[in-house]
Design a protein around this ligand. Structure first.
Ligand SMILES: NC(=O)c1ccc[n+]([C@@H]2O[C@H](COP(=O)([O-])OP(=O)(O)OC[C@H]3O[C@@H](n4cnc5c(N)ncnc54)[C@H](O)[C@@H]3O)[C@@H](O)[C@H]2O)c1
Length: 391
């Protein structure tokens, strides 16, 4: 029985996603569980080094998560080039969850060092840049991947299962509702719960570039390839307060509305907003209507209504609504133990790196997400439908 070390450089790890999803709930969780058991003969054991710009923040993070994972601090450094050059030991994988605008330069550095490359989405803010880095890595024959975490959400895995079982019949339409109220921070008692760069265009912000990347892989993996789209964006709130208590003009779109037409004619309509108060089952709900049944998926739970259980409403505003529309839906039971979505994708990527296991979530796939966002912005600006060309 071999336990094979797999060295991972975690860059930009002091951020929200880096710390919570990638370090704590993925890499540390895998180590705490005793690694990834590939088969009876092989277990992969991640061994991270944390990199970033701020030595104090890195030191605190390395100590906190190292001590509760391996009983001592993880290694860390502000010298990313040194880490890539092997000055702190050998590392196989480079992962980046720094800001979107920094991604390209870090991927170039990791490509020169011949690392397997994995990173957060969006891979860039323009399709030109996203394709440039995808090609760079492909030409160097390096294994590569982009985070597409929503595919492993329990809710979406249940939808996939329902579809495979034929529950929906022919799928007619899909409606995604994403969003919640992100505090402006203007009230010092209630600071914003997302980083301020999300609301500044010049820093890579905007809800289209953030969310359309997700909608691209969610829609194409669950419902089929997207043929064309029409979208509209809006900056609903034009002033917010940042992490340093400074008021800044928020110039990026914080609400976006889109209709995606799939190649088979299915219509998927997605609303995304950080300026919306929630009165639905979850922060993201996806309603799928088919000839034989419908489903409403949240992040974890899915409720279904089959054709037989569909009530027959009659329009009559003059009487109290006699139907409780929340009845006649049943909860899809958990058929397995659903692990953290980011962690499952990490495990798949590490298997891909170590034993060449199949992997579809490449930087080129990431570029398709960026393409959808860019087309969304074009449709908004030009006020028209735009076709999705194959890239
Ligand atoms: N998969 C998802 O669902 C999801 C959700 C949110 C954000 N993201 C993506 O993850 C990335 C990070 O987002 P976040 O919300 O964690 O933002 P964040 O601002 O909390 O984190 C960004 C981190 O990058 C660091 N950083 C910035 N410039 C750097 C540089 N030059 N060198 C090293 N480190 C640098 C920052 O110090 C910070 O620690 C973004 O690309 C974002 O689009 C993905």
């Amino acid at each position: 029985m071999e336990t094979r070390r797999i060295g991972i450089i975690l860059n930009g790890v002091t951020g929200r996603m880096g710390t919570n999803q990638h370090l704590d709930r993925s890499v540390c969780a895998i180590i705490r569980e005793g690694g990834i058991k590939v088969n009876d003969d092989l277990t992969l054991m991640p061994d991270p080094i944390l990199t970033g710009r701020n030595n104090e923040k890195l030191a605190a993070l390395a100590k906190k998560y190292g001590e509760n994972t391996i009983g001592k601090s993880f290694p860390y450094t502000t010298d990313l080039q040194g880490a890539l050059d092997g000055n702190f030991g050998e590392y196989d994988v480079f992962f980046d969850s720094s800001g979107t605008l920094q991604r390209g330069q870090f991927i170039e550095m990791a490509t020169s060092a011949g690392k397997a490359i994995y990173c957060e989405k969006p891979t860039a803010t323009s399709v030109k840049e996203a394709l440039r880095i995808a090609k760079l890595v492909e030409e160097s024959n390096l294994k590569n991947g982009v985070v597409q975490d929503k595919l492993w959400l329990p809710g979406l895995r249940k939808v996939k299962q329902l579809k495979e079982e034929g529950f929906f019949g022919k799928i007619l339409s899909v409606r995604g509702d994403f969003g919640y109220w992100v505090f402006t921070g203007m009230d010092p008692e209630r600071p914003a719960q997302r980083p301020s760069w999300n609301y500044r265009k010049e820093d890579g912000g905007g809800i289209m570039i953030d969310m359309f990347c997700h909608w691209q892989y969610v829609i194409s993996n669950l419902f089929g390839p997207i043929k064309r789209l029409v979208a509209y964006g809006s900056t609903d709130i034009s002033e917010r307060r940042d992490e340093n208590q400074n008021v800044y003009p928020s110039n990026a779109d914080d609400s976006a509305y889109a209709i995606f037409e799939l190649e088979d004619g299915t219509i998927c309509q997605f609303n995304s907003s950080w300026c919306i108060r929630v009165r639905r089952d979850d922060l993201l709900t996806i309603e799928i209507n088919g000839t034989k049944g419908s489903a409403v998926a949240g992040l974890r739970e899915v409720r279904i209504q089959s054709d037989e259980n569909t009530p027959k409403p009659v329009w009559n505003p003059d009487v109290e609504q006699p139907i409780d529309f929340y009845e006649n839906w049943s909860l899809v039971p958990n058929s397995i133990d659903y692990d953290n979505a980011f962690k499952i994708q990490w495990e798949e990527f590490l298997r891909h790196v170590a034993i060449d296991a199949p992997w579809n979530y490449t930087l080129r796939e990431g570029a398709r997400g960026v393409q959808l966002a860019e087309l969304g912005m074009r449709s908004w600006k030009e006020k028209k439908w735009v076709e999705v060309e194959s890239i």
